[in-house]
Design a protein around this ligand. Structure first.
Ligand SMILES: NC(=O)c1ccc[n+]([C@@H]2O[C@H](COP(=O)([O-])OP(=O)(O)OC[C@H]3O[C@@H](n4cnc5c(N)ncnc54)[C@H](O)[C@@H]3O)[C@@H](O)[C@H]2O)c1
Length: 341
């Protein structure tokens, strides 16, 4: 089966492409490279010994997307392509809604036109907003995220629900990721943020290789065990395998139509201080840090109830925190400048 992967050159996308190839899916990547490098896919090809079709293009370009659907017989779409920086989204909200919401609508229109109905969407724990109690469960109502980025994910989930109500052929899966970290165990592919990293682990790793002076920990006075924020960190390869599990689930359930949401997380909250300690242990080095004021919109703690994915997708996060740290370090230390080295 041929799977179209939008945003497949990016962090989660490249790891998922690798897992798909290892599970004998054929992959076509469609990516504008706005936040990634083609080198990630060259490395995936080397690691798997398999070919990845790559088309450089924007999901907002319906003509180009249509050409792809005409050229290949596509069985399913996994849709990663999005802008993802929470802080930036408050500065340029229109770009985020254009790219993440309008872009997804363009993709869905082209899919509909070409009779492709199977769709896996990169959603996020952020859709639970500030209203819901932890742990988050899929039966909770969609919340009100504090950023335009988060709002764009809620909007797309609504679009998918409405589409499913109007089109009895549509088969959608929203995968709500918690906090993916780590890298492929080879150290050949990993997270390569452009500019200053927005996420904790790439920042810690860049401090460790001497690219940045020290880490800022935003707030140590939250109502958590050690005062820092707690998140549900999961290994990116577990997350990648969650996509294969979701695709297999769609393929097993021929009679399914509609949209189903699944949390992909470990079910455990880990604090920022605990992450820093675990990383220091993995690399046997101290990470200099300072405590800075809280960031607007950061919730104290959230983690997943992952029972639904465990039971229905047969998926569990298998890799532990030590593996997440050592794989991050293998990637960062052998590629201090990311893919551009
Ligand atoms: N990384 C996380 O912590 C996290 C958490 C929850 C959800 N997500 C979602 O998962 C998806 C992948 O995230 P990631 O961390 O791999 O990010 P990433 O930036 O590494 O990957 C996104 C990819 O999409 C591409 N892209 C962006 N806009 C595009 C467009 N208009 N047309 C074509 N390609 C485009 C980028 O070039 C990049 O390769 C995103 O939808 C993100 O919102 C990520």
């Amino acid at each position: 089966m041929k799977v179209l992967v939008t945003g497949g050159a990016g962090y989660i996308g490249s790891h998922t492409v690798l897992s798909l190839l290892e599970n004998n899916y054929e992959v076509i990547v469609y990516d504008s490279l706005v936040n990634s490098s083609i080198e990630s896919l060259n490395r995936v090809e080397k690691l798997t010994g398999k070919k990845v079709e790559f088309i450089e293009g924007d999901i907002c370009d319906k003509d180009k997307l249509s050409e792809v659907f005409e050229q290949f017989t596509i069985g399913a779409v996994i849709h990663f392509a999005a802008l993802k920086a929470v802080g930036e989204s408050a500065k340029i909200p229109l770009s985020y809604y254009q790219n993440n919401v309008y872009g997804t609508v363009c993709l869905l229109e082209v899919m509909e036109h070409n009779n492709v109905h199977d769709f896996i969407f990169s959603s996020s724990a952020t859709v639970y907003g500030e209203e819901n109690d932890v742990p988050y469960v899929e039966t909770m109502k969609l919340g009100t995220p504090s950023s335009p980025y988060g709002a764009s994910k809620v909007m797309v989930e609504r679009v998918l629900n409405d589409l499913a109500l109007s089109d009895s052929n549509f088969r959608g899966v929203s995968l709500r990721y918690f906090n993916p970290i780590g890298a492929h165990e080879s150290g050949q592919i990993g997270e390569d943020p452009k500019g200053i990293p927005n996420n904790l682990l790439p920042y810690v790793a860049q401090v460790a290789v001497g690219k940045r002076e020290k880490l800022s920990i935003f707030g140590d006075d939250y109502p958590t065990q050690d005062g820092s924020c707690e998140r549900d960190y999961l290994h990116v390869m577990d997350l990648a395998q969650g996509h294969v599990a979701a695709l297999d689930w769609l393929n097993r359930h021929n009679d399914f139509t509609g949209v189903e949401a699944f949390n992909l997380g470990t079910g455990n909250g880990v604090s920022v201080f605990a992450i820093v300690k675990a990383f220091e242990k993995a690399i046997d080095k101290t990470i200099p840090f300072e405590v800075s004021p809280r960031r607007a919109g950061d919730l104290p703690a959230f983690w997943a109830n992952a029972t639904k994915a465990n039971e229905q997708l047969n998926w569990h996060a298998e890799r532990n925190l030590t593996q997440m740290m050592s794989d991050t370090w293998r990637w960062q230390s052998s590629n201090p400048n990311g893919y551009l080295a």
